[in-house]
Design a binder for this molecule. Structure first.
Ligand SMILES: Nc1nc2c(c(=O)[nH]1)N=C([C@H](O)[C@H](O)COP(=O)(O)OP(=O)(O)OP(=O)(O)O)CN2
Ligand SMILES: [Zn+2]
Length: 129
């Protein structure tokens, strides 16, 4: 299995309003988010050029991210889903997995020290069918 990743950046605010009120993240605050898309393909399924998928074909994802998430309030942009890093990873995966069939994982960083990864078992890795 071959795996490629590409990193994207956006800035947004959120409120984790399902947390208890004493929790700092229950207050409005913002992050400079990092999103990493991971795409995978078996070695015998690479394109003629030797790509899992051309990185440049991910320009559409960047445009969507800029339009939908950048400088937005994630509680609104995500339609009421609690905007944790975990839920954001799942939400992005579910929105993009049909358009990017090679998508195997979405990783989200809110701070330089934190990462959340959504990697559905059936879609990638050594155990994939
Ligand atoms: N499992 C999760 N825990 C937390 C999430 C999350 O999405 N998933 N989100 C937050 C906050 O939104 C934010 O990311 C703060 O995280 P935290 O690590 O507390 O950030 P700090 O910069 O304040 O941490 P320091 O330890 O002071 O560097 C909270 N938890
Ligand atoms: Zn936060």
């Amino acid at each position: 299995m071959l795996t490629i990743t590409k990193e994207f950046h956006f800035s947004a605010s959120h409120v984790l309003d399902r947390l208890p009120s004493w929790h700092p993240c229950a207050r409005m605050h913002g992050h400079n988010y990092v999103v990493v898309l991971e795409l995978s393909a078996p070695r015998d399924a690479l394109t003629e050029a030797g790509f899992v998928r051309d990185y440049r074909e991910l320009d559409a994802f960047k445009k969507w991210m800029d339009d939908t998430l950048d400088h937005r309030h994630l509680n609104e942009a995500m339609g009421g889903v609690s905007p944790s890093a975990e839920n954001l990873a799942v939400w992005i995966f579910d929105l993009w997995s049909e358009r990017l069939p090679e998508l195997t994982a979405v990783r989200i960083s809110e701070t330089p020290k934190t990462w959340a990864t959504y990697r559905p078992a059936a879609r990638g890795g050594e155990d994939a069918p």
